[in-house]
Ligand binder design. Sequence first.
Ligand code: ADP
Ligand code: FDM
Length: 212
Amino acid sequence: MSCRRGALIVLEGVDKAGKTTQCKKLVRALQQSGRPAEMMRFPDRTTQIGQLISSYLEKKNNLEDHTVHLLFSANRWELVPLMKKKLEQGITLVVDRYAFSGVAFTSAKPDFSLEWCKHPDVGLPKPDLVMFLQLNPSVAAERGEFGTERYETSTFQRTVQQRFEQLMKDPSVNWKVIDAARSIDIVHSDIKVLCENTINMSENLPIGELWK
Ligand code: ADP
Ligand code: FDM
């Protein structure tokens, strides 16, 4: 590789753990320290597939469970060429949810195995770092009411948390668990250090393939 690539950094965690807050702060901090960085989020609701997903989440349409799982995955695959281009240009991508949310949410539904859920995402660009913002559901509840979108109930979120815990046992993924119950600034400084180290470590390595 002629130029140093950017890192692919993912933030995961249950609802209200602080993913969006931390992604935005991280991108700003990286940019201020002279490192090119951009934020992405999944689902990306701006594409045609993303709009179908968005109306499903808003309960404006119903989709069969396998079908919607494949749409979430297709929404990642359609952005892969752009992601690779940016990474190769040296831009670090900070991503709010990725395939891990895909697997954790669908496999929290009855009769879906983790293995089946992982398949469509096998081979996606592999994150150099996945930070899981860990937050107890009772603390999350203090951060405000759940919204009205699909999946925004405490029982479903508890099952999602268990599925994330299963996914985190996989040593092929560079998971870091972050205690998200601390203040926004303290969580941010932990995350920033982890990211800077990851950017330095991955700049000369090829982009990996997830779950392959
Ligand atoms: P997520 O993207 O994980 O759903 P958000 O970043 O949208 O979470 O945060 C959910 C709410 O919790 C927001 O009102 C945000 O300001 C607040 N919040 C985020 N991080 C913290 C924190 N460390 N301590 C207290 N409140 C927080
Ligand atoms: N979600 C997100 C999935 O079910 N599968 C996926 O692949 C992804 C990326 O969509 F409930 C769920 C998780 C959450 C919703 O909400 C997206 P936000 O507020 O846009 O993150």
